[in-house]
Design a protein around this ligand. Structure first.
Ligand SMILES: [Zn+2]
Length: 467
């Protein structure tokens, strides 16, 4: 009886697969042609001019020189003249905390429900996609919100970026993030913490290695690796050297990174996520803002105000900022695989600022673009599918109007974004709050639309209760 039931289930599954799976999609795959464009494929190759990129279904089917010449009366094809625009791989932001606000000037996070945080997290991710971030890595998130949004986007409930999720960081009691309810202490608890996260569906493990004893550090790495997950650590010297030696796959922040550790990272192939945006002195913040002002990117007063406020919340001494800037440049020059991560939110605007800070730190525009694309897919083990513009890869693409190799801020001139071969609607939906409206809200209950209701004299509830 049990066997027969099993056979029936298998049969049904196979039939559904044939009906709705490969069979159907192969016949009717939509074809999108991007022509009259330039390609920066981020493999390390030079800019390719006057190109055509053909997307079939969700895949980059063909990249060729010259304008598109399809067969006469070709059906089921959308041809887009990109007017000399630039096609790149979609961007990645590798250090995100979807629901976090740093700082939180309006105390939004105080006593915030999981549900409210979940909504903010999703809005942040979807806003990031409209800026060209087609993928992101979450490195510390409450209540597995990152796992839930990953699945919601993967299942097509909403259009959002691909998420590689860590859940909450693994930290010893009294370590960084010591406010989390349950620190993990000793080898057994560390192993349990890692395995629990994997059971909940995470893609990677984020640890706070500074406060871990050697056996705890090794246990975290061994357990995660045994289950096929990479380990990334929030750390500072002298712990960075120890963590790299022990075998972590990526270093977050890397405060005080030394030449000796850079050498070891290059030898061992350890990735580096410098989050340079949260290692700025006042001078560097001003330098950046002045640069943006000259280019006309300071006209939105709300964005300029809040992005500066966010950077000042993480303001560092001039000595520290200079050290981190130099360490980033040295790491790139030494051949360390560097990735791009913003730490502060939102994913979009602060992610773009991180790219601009790379260039201000002396990293070339090409190396910056590779750090924001190819290297990220490499760290996550999906370089065969994503991270560059190459035939056979998934069509996660960013199209910008001007050349980001000439000025990295041209990455702000988004023309189109493709996620899995589908063109993303770049318009912020009318009548909905932006991330910044939400950020500036002094009272979430009233919020953005709530204030409009008040202004219109709209009142909720019945009349005042009788005295
Ligand atoms: Zn962080």
């Amino acid at each position: 009886m049990r066997q027969r039931q099993f056979a029936l289930v298998v049969l049904t599954t196979v039939s559904l697969f044939i009906l709705s799976g490969n069979g159907r999609t192969q016949v009717n795959q939509p074809k999108t042609v991007l022509t009259n464009c330039n390609v920066i494929d981020c493999t390390g190759a030079k800019l390719m001019k006057d190109m055509t990129v053909v997307i079939v279904g969700n895949t980059i089917a063909e990249i060729k020189k010259g304008r598109y010449k399809g067969p006469a009366n070709e059906k089921n094809v959308t041809i887009i003249d990109l007017e000399n625009g630039y096609v790149l791989p979609g961007l990645w932001n590798m250090h995100t905390h979807l629901s976090a606000l740093l700082p939180d000037p309006n105390n939004i996070q105080v006593n915030e429900s999981v549900t409210s945080a979940a909504i903010r997290a999703g809005l942040n991710a979807m806003d990031g996609l409209r800026h060209g971030f087609t993928a992101l890595r979450s490195v510390g998130e409450r209540d597995y919100l990152d796992v839930a949004w990953r699945d919601a986007f993967d299942q097509g409930f909403f259009m959002g970026p691909r998420i590689f999720a860590s859940g909450e960081s693994v930290s010893p009691t009294a370590g960084h993030r010591g406010d989390i309810e349950h620190g993990a202490d000793g080898v057994a608890e560390i192993r349990k913490a890692v395995r629990t996260r994997i059971q909940k569906g995470v893609d990677l493990i984020k640890i706070m290695s500074v406060e871990m004893l050697q056996d705890e550090l090794e246990a975290a790495i061994e357990t995660a690796h045994s289950l096929g997950r990479h380990v990334t650590s929030h750390t500072r010297e002298p712990d960075i050297y120890r963590a790299v030696q022990a075998g972590v796959d990526c270093i977050e922040h890397g405060y005080g990174l030394t030449d000796k550790t850079i050498k070891l990272m290059a030898e061992k192939g350890t990735f580096y996520d410098p989050t340079i945006i949260c290692n700025l002195s006042e001078e560097y913040i001003q330098e950046r803002e002045n640069r943006l002002k000259k280019m006309g990117y300071a006209e939105d007063k709300e964005i300029s105000y809040y992005r500066t406020l966010i950077n000042y919340a993480d303001e560092r001494s001039p000595e520290h900022a200079l050290h981190q800037r130099q360490a980033l440049k040295k790491a790139v020059d030494a051949g360390v695989k560097v990735v791009l991560g913003s730490d502060s939110m939102p994913i979009g605007e602060i992610g773009i600022l991180e790219m601009e800070q790379f260039v201000l730190s002396g990293v070339s525009e090409m190396q910056t673009l590779i750090a924001a694309t190819r290297n990220c897919a490499d760290l996550l083990g999906v370089l065969d599918k994503l991270g560059t513009v190459e035939e056979g890869k998934l069509a996660d693409l960013l199209v910008v109007m001007d050349n980001p190799l000439e000025n990295i801020s041209n990455i702000r001139k988004v023309k189109m974004v493709f996620k899995d071969g589908v063109s993303v609607d770049l318009n912020h939906p009318r009548g909905t709050a932006t991330f910044w409206d939400y950020y500036g809200a002094t009272n979430l209950r009233k919020g953005y639309l709530g204030e409009a209701e008040n202004a219109a004299g709209f009142r909720r509830g019945k009349a005042e209760p009788p005295n």
